[in-house]
Structures are given as structure tokens and as C-alpha cells.
Design a protein around this ligand. Structure first.
Ligand SMILES: Cc1cc2nc3c(=O)[nH]c(=O)nc-3n(C[C@H](O)[C@H](O)[C@H](O)COP(=O)(O)OP(=O)(O)OC[C@H]3O[C@@H](n4cnc5c(N)ncnc54)[C@H](O)[C@@H]3O)c2cc1C
Length: 768
């Protein structure tokens, strides 16, 4: 982490609306009046609702005297580089040195192509940007002898006279997020211009590292690249309502670490709001400049070693931060760090850990675990952060975050063996395996992580055809409680290998999985929305149809209660895991008469297209209260109980998943997951206010249930352990737990060592 010592700049990020052009110009004028330094504008030349940004920049430059102007960032593919270089230099001359060139490889390739621009793959767009930077700089280098000549893969400039000569050294600020673009920024950019809210993968610290390394490799200094940051989701209010949503003093506290620890030196705010621009320029800017000057003067230590006082102030007394091993020093996120908001919560739960350690490899995991154990605080293990049963955040403890360990590798195409790290998301796995014609049976939601799902089960769209995810694991690499790194498979630590396929969260931290993937190309998927008022009859029919269907077919059914004048609604999803369209049609058609159809659609699509990762920022937005159960069949009696539940109004959604077919091919003692006869998984979820009512409703179903899939259960009541691991599995697991994790380090996901009284369900959040 570094402060590169750059002077601070502040600015605005304005929408160049064609419907209210006067407002866009007025906001730029206000930017100057409020003592900010830069007015920047989005650039989407294919959008007729927006003005052409470079024309607007000229206008704004003419209406202002001091501020610099820039596109944020220029969409390159629609602007030929020689002409862009010339236009940039012209405006710089006319504005007396106030133009900077924000530049990007170009978003929305379809729209670009629609306007006659080239249709580029991401790799081609990157190559084109790389060449364009050379051409643009060549246009500006009027002291160079001779004409500008360039022969590249994307652009060719046979012979062009250089100039005009810009009035100042125009900076090229590159908008980049992905590793290859970040490397280009480090090699050639004068600045890096991302948007805070889009900095997700790789995260901020990793992105900075990539830029710095690329700069060094190119013989430059990391400080040669100025770091600018767009801030879009911001507001001023009297009291804090989250990151950059609070009074100016809070902003200063939150921006300070971005300067001192991450090296940002320019901040551009969006929102198109005059009040925001004024407060940013008149209050935040001066106060932050003062705070940064104070911090920089206060220490003689090298910039890299500084930690802002505000970060130190937010440390928890319970933790010895100074004894974080040096190997992890650059991989930790503390409560005062800017990146903390991105890593503190999970999809289901909010948290406030004292430290998040972002491991990059198995050695880091060993070091992190040793450090965490020594601190005597709660330890959470996080891969994708979608845990429902597992609590992968905490309050005041340590989170070992594996999201950076996310590689997906085909080890041997012939045997279809793949190696996947736990921090990968299933959407990414599906996309990475698709070019090889492969897929792993996983879930339905691409944002879910590999680590949590592949240690518990894995029930998704390919279940009846190919079984559970854990049925395909052939080996795993794991760090166990005493810090040893082990490779487990059928011949090595076979007992542990048995245990981690169903109860993995109890036994260690899996750092890689080896699986045998399946040959999967295109599949047929359909969604059918039905009027499910006659709930019990419909459910029984759907259950029968699923059980009778060929095993290519897997179906999910979501039931929604009657709301705001709408009837009880069912949404059936069917995936037919083959490109045999006729077979799919035959198998699908009976579902159309299960209940009155309100809407339907079917498509032949690559499997990976069904598992798109949404990549939301996790902030505890998921439904926290969920109960899970397994059913042998959907009998009329069960269906009647479910009808009462859904019509009670206490349940927000119920979901049923088919789990027969290949799931039943595996013997029940092959691994810790031993449910091999049940045809359906069922879950019910509700909003927090209805949690206890959900508990009551669930009692209606309990007499019919035969087991639970723990991944879908939010209660951690030890009384449910026997449902998740029926005997003799539970006894065997408990003996293994005592041997492999005698101190109970891994206790945040259906702790096998817990033996609390079989009382009412422990509510979500009260981990045992
Ligand atoms: C929106 C949503 C959709 C879902 N869809 C499906 C689905 O289609 N099919 C399905 O089967 N499940 C599904 N699940 C459940 C999901 O499988 C579990 O919640 C799973 O634990 C999530 O994995 P994760 O890595 O994202 O979770 P995390 O929150 O990162 O981890 C959850 C727990 O898993 C354990 N864990 C995580 N990583 C490791 C590791 N590397 N080694 C050992 N233990 C580890 C820890 O105990 C941790 O607390 C879904 C959950 C959600 C919220």
C-alpha cells in the first residue's frame, strides 16, 4: 500500500444529458465555482439521449477559466486515434492547457458496431487501445523528426504530419478493471481512472498491485501513474448511513486511507447534484487536503509503511494487529480501510470483523489460520460469501477470505479432470469450462462460491442427470486445524475425504478441489409461470411429473403466496440437460398442463448462459431466515400442508428442487452426505419480521421431512444435526471431528461438536 505523494485534485463526474444540456454545462460551471479542479463527463457516443462528449468539452472549456476538462472516459472504438490525438491537442491549445484525455477500450460493443465501429472482442479492444495510445502520443510529439508512421494490427497510419503541439503535457488516464487492462495502464498510462463501485474483481489492492508491477516491469515508477477515482454512490447527510453517505467529516475519514494507503490523489463525484458538488468542493476538498498534509508531515517513515491515524483508531482492542505475519501484511483489510465495506458483509448477513485476511494461496491460508488461532477470536472461513448455514462473517473476529483464490483449470481434457480453487464463483466456473465443452453440476446461482457449496452438497440444474457437485470430487487440498496442508482422496486420508464431502466446513479450509467434469454443451431450459391457486393439486402433479421424467430433466419450482390481488403463483424451471430438442419437448410438454399457464418460454442455450454471475456487492441483502428439508415424495398429504403454509402469508417463498436420478446412484455411505432416496428438497424463506411465524409454519411440514440439506438451513440448532447426518453418519463424523479439529476451530457451520439441548430452533445469527 502506498501514498505516491501526488497533489490532491477534486472534481465532478457529470451526465452529458441531451435533454437538459444547460444543466450539464451549469454543473460544470458550478464545479469551477465550488473550487473543484476537474469537470469530467461520461462518453457514450452511441446513446442519442446524451450529447457528444467531446463537443460538450469544447463548450465547457470555453465557458470556464480554471478547471480541467476530460471525458470519463472516451470510448475509443468510435474515434480514430490520429483524429482523437489531433482533437485533444486542439482543445488543449484552445483551453490553454486544460484538457486531459480519459480513455477506455470501449464499452457496449454491439452499440459501437451498430454505428459502424469495429466489433471487437475484449482482447482485440485491449490491443487497439494499446496501439491507440502510441498513435495519440505520436501526434503530440511535434519535436520528433519526420512524419508519424504506425503499422499495427488494429490501426495503420501510413504517414501523417504531427501536431498541433498541445499546450501542456496531456495526461492519458485509462479506465480499467481487468488484469490485462490494468497491466496496460501500468505500462503506458499517466493515470488510472476506475469507479469505486465497479472495483470488485480483482479488488482495489490487487488492481493497484497489478498496475505497480506492470509499471516496474516497463521500467517506470508506480508513482508515474496517478490514481483517480470516480465516486458514484455517495451522499451527504447529518448522520452516517454507510460508506460516503454521511457528513463531510466522515468523508474525510473515509477518503484519507484511499490517499495514504492506496495512493489515490483525485476524486470525482457523480450524482449530478449541485448540493453534492458544492459541499465536495467547499468542505471535503479543503479538509482532506489538510488531513493528508498533516499525515504526510507527521511521519518520516517511508510512504509504504504509513498507516493513517484514522485506520489505527478503528482497530479492535481484542486483536494484536502488529503480529500479523509479514507474508500477510499487504493482504489484510482493517475496519478503517477503504476496502472494508467491500469485504465485511456476506450476501445473507452483515458483519463487522476486526480483520479480513485475503489469502492468495495455500501458504497464506496456513499463516492466516495460525495467526487467527493465536488471537483467540471467532474465525470465519469465506469463499463466495453466500453461506446460509455457514456464517462467513462475524463481529469482532477474523475472516479468512479465499475470494482471491479463484482459478479454474482443466488438468486433463481426456479424463475431464478439472482443478478449481474455492474462491471461484460457479458462474465463472461454468464460463471457464464451456470452451472445453465441459461443466460441473453445481447450483443455479452464478454468484455462489465454490468453497461453501462443494463442501456441503451442490444441488442444481444438472442434478438428476449428473448428481451433486460432491459426487464429482476426486481429490481436495485442505489446510487442517493444526496447520498441516494435506491432499485427500480415496487413498490418502480417506476418512477426511469422506467427511469433507457433505460436512467440509467442520474439518478445515479446502484450498483446491479436483473434480471430474461432464461433457455438457447446449441444454434446453424453460420457465413456465402458472396460477397455483389450487396449490396442493398442482404440487402433487408437478412432483409426479418430475419423478416420471427422464433423468435428463431437472426441475425447480418456486411458489409465491397471493399478494396484492395476484393469486398464488408457481414458477417452474425445467432444464433438459441435452441438446436433443425433440426429447426436451416431449419431456417438457406435460408440465404445461400441471396448472393454468400464465406465461412460458423455452430456449436452447449453452449451459453456462444459465449460470450468470450477478456479482452484487454483498451487504446482507439476502433473506436471512430459511428452513430446509428433504421429502421422499410430494404426496397429497404433504402438498396439503404446503398449501396451508403458502396461504398463511407467513412465508415469502417456497422452493422445491428435484434430486432423484443420478443423485440416487451413489451409495448412502460413500460420503458424509447420505441422502440418496429423497426425490425433493424443499425450502421456505421469509422476511426477518416473520421469522418466528416461519418457524411455526415449518412445524406443519416437519412430520413429513426426511433429512435436511444443511446448505439451505439458516438455523444452527444442533438438534438438526441428526437430520443433516442420520446415523451412523453423525457418530462417525463426530469421532472424526474430535480427531481433526479437537479445539473446535471450525465451528461456524453446523458445528458437529455442539450438543445443545434439543430446544426450539436457534434463530439465524446465533451461531453455536
Ligand atoms: C442466492 C443463493 C443461491 C444458492 N443456490 C444454491 C444452489 O443452487 N445449489 C446449492 O447446492 N446451494 C445453493 N446455495 C447454498 C450454497 O451452496 C451455500 O450457501 C454455500 O455455503 C455457499 O458457498 P459460498 O462459498 O458462497 O459461501 P461462504 O459464505 O463463503 O461459505 C459458507 C460456509 O462454507 C464453509 N466454507 C466456505 N469455504 C470453505 C472452504 N474453502 N473450505 C471449507 N469450508 C468452507 C464455511 O463454513 C463457511 O461459513 C445458494 C445460496 C444462496 C444464498
Amino acid at each position: 500500500m502506498s501514498d505516491y505523494g501526488h497533489e490532491l485534485s477534486f472534481g465532478s463526474f457529470i451526465t452529458p444529458s441531451a435533454h437538459d444540456p444547460a444543466r450539464a454545462v451549469a454543473l460544470a460551471e458550478l464545479t469551477e465555482a465550488a473550487h473543484l479542479d476537474i469537470a469530467s463527463f461520461q462518453d457514450h457516443p452511441y446513446n442519442p439521449d446524451l450529447l457528444d462528449t467531446h463537443t460538450l468539452l469544447t463548450w465547457v472549456a470555453a465557458r470556464t477559466k480554471r478547471i480541467r476538462v476530460s471525458a470519463n472516459v472516451t470510448n475509443l472504438p468510435l474515434r480514430p486515434p490520429p483524429m482523437l490525438g489531433r482533437a485533444a491537442a486542439s482543445l488543449d491549445v484552445l483551453s490553454q492547457g486544460r484538457f486531459e484525455l480519459g480513455l477506455g477500450a470501449g464499452a457496449f460493443p454491439h452499440a459501437v458496431h451498430g454505428m459502424g465501429g469495429p466489433r471487437l472482442t475484449p482482447g482485440e479492444a485491449l490491443g487497439a487501445l494499446d496501439e491507440a495510445i502510441d498513435i495519440i502520443r505520436g501526434v503530440w510529439e511535434t519535436d520528433e523528426p519526420g512524419s508519424l508512421r504506425f503499422a499495427g494490427e488494429h490501426y495503420s497510419v501510413p504517414s501523417m504530419k504531427r501536431g498541433p503541439r498541445p499546450a501542456h503535457d496531456i495526461s492519458i488516464w485509462v479506465g480499467s478493471y481487468k488484469p490485462r487492462m490494468l497491466r496496460l495502464t501500468g505500462r503506458k498510462g499517466d493515470g488510472w481512472l476506475p469507479t469505486l463501485e465497479y472495483l470488485q474483481s480483482p479488488g482495489m489492492a490487487e488492481a493497484i498491485k497489478i498496475i505497480d508491477e506492470a509499471a516496474l516491469e516497463a521500467g517506470r515508477k508506480p508513482a508515474d501513474i496517478r490514481r483517480l477515482l470516480n465516486l458514484l454512490d455517495v451522499d451527504f447527510s447529518a448522520t452516517s448511513r454507510g460508506h460516503l453517505h454521511g457528513p463531510p467529516e466522515q468523508w474525510v475519514e473515509e477518503l484519507l486511507p484511499l490517499v495514504l494507503d492506496h495512493g489515490f490523489s483525485a476524486f470525482l463525484i457523480g450524482g449530478d447534484n449541485p448540493r453534492l458538488i458544492r459541499t465536495f468542493g467547499e468542505e471535503v476538498g479543503p479538509a482532506l487536503r489538510e488531513a493528508v498534509a498533516r499525515e504526510r508531515a507527521a511521519t518520516d517513515a517511508p510512504a509504504e509503511a504509513r498507516r493513517a491515524a484514522v485506520v489505527l483508531a478503528k482497530r479492535h482492542a481484542s486483536l494484536d494487529y502488529d503480529s500479523v505475519p509479514p507474508s500477510l501484511a499487504a493482504k489484510v483489510v482493517e475496519p478503517g480501510d477503504a476496502a472494508y465495506e467491500e469485504v465485511r458483509h456476506t450476501y445473507i448477513r452483515t458483519g463487522s470483523p476486526a480483520l479480513v485476511i485475503q489469502a492468495a494461496n495455500a501458504d497464506d491460508v496456513v499463516d492466516a489460520l495460525a495467526y487467527a488461532r493465536g488471537q483467540g477470536v471467532e474465525v470465519s472461513v469465506r469463499s463466495g460469501g453466500h453461506g446460509i448455514s455457514g456464517r462467513s462473517t462475524n463481529d469482532g473476529g477474523i475472516v479468512i477470505d479465499l475470494s482471491k483464490m479463484n482459478s479454474v483449470e482443466v488438468i486433463d481434457p481426456a479424463t475431464r479432470r478439472v482443478r478449481i480453487e474455492p474462491g471461484a464463483r460457479w458462474g465463472d466456473v461454468a464460463a471457464a469450462l464451456a470452451p472445453h465443452g465441459l461443466a460441473v453440476s453445481s447450483g443455479d446461482y452464478g454468484d455462489v462460491g465454490v468453497g461453501g457449496l462443494a463442501t456441503a452438497g451442490g444441488l442444481g440444474f444438472l442434478a438428476r442427470r449428473y448428481g451433486l457437485t460432491i459426487d464429482h470430487i476426486t481429490a481436495a487440498e485442505i489446510v487442517v486445524a493444526d496447520g498441516r496442508r494435506l491432499r485427500v482422496d480415496a487413498d490418502h486420508h480417506a476418512d477426511l475425504f469422506w467427511a469433507i464431502r457433505g460436512a467440509g466446513g467442520n474439518f478445515g479450509i479446502v484450498t483446491a478441489f479436483e473434480l471430474q467434469a461432464e461433457q455438457v454443451g447446449e441444454v434446453v431450459s424453460a420457465t413456465i409461470t402458472v396460477d397455483a391457486t389450487d396449490t396442493a393439486v398442482f404440487l402433487t402433479r408437478w412432483g409426479r411429473l418430475v419423478e416420471d421424467a427422464p433423468r435428463e430433466l431437472t426441475s425447480f419450482l418456486s411458489l409465491f403466496p397471493a399478494r396484492r390481488g395476484r393469486q398464488v403463483t408457481g414458477q417452474i424451471t425445467v432444464v433438459y440437460a441435452s441438446d436433443d430438442v425433440q426429447g426436451a419437448q416431449d419431456a417438457l410438454t406435460p408440465f404445461l398442463i400441471a396448472a393454468p399457464v400464465l406465461d412460458q418460454q423455452a430456449q436452447l442455450a449453452p449451459y453456462h448462459a444459465l449460470i450468470v454471475p450477478p456479482r452484487n456487492r454483498h451487504q446482507g441483502q439476502g433473506l436471512e431466515d430459511t428452513h430446509s428439508g428433504l421429502l421422499e415424495h410430494l404426496t397429497p398429504q404433504v402438498a396439503a400442508a404446503i398449501e396451508e403454509m403458502i396461504k398463511s402469508g407467513d412465508v415469502l417463498i417456497m422452493q422445491f428442487r428435484s434430486m432423484g436420478g443420478a443423485v440416487h446412484d451413489v451409495s448412502k455411505d460413500a460420503m458424509a452426505w447420505s441422502h440418496r432416496t429423497q426425490q425433493f428438497s424443499v425450502i421456505a424463506s421469509t422476511a426477518p419480521a416473520y421469522a418466528s411465524r416461519l418457524d411455526d409454519q415449518w412445524e406443519r411440514l416437519r412430520p413429513f421431512l426426511d433429512g435436511i440439506y444443511l446448505s439451505f438451513e439458516s438455523s444452527t440448532d444442533p438438534a438438526r444435526l441428526l437430520d443433516a447426518f442420520p446415523e451412523p453418519t453423525l457418530t462417525r463424523l463426530r469421532a472424526l471431528k474430535a480427531a481433526w479439529d479437537p479445539d473446535g476451530v471450525f465451528n461456524r457451520n453446523f458445528n458437529l461438536a455442539a450438543t445443545a439441548a434439543p430446544s426450539a430452533m436457534t434463530r439465524a445469527g446465533q451461531a453455536t
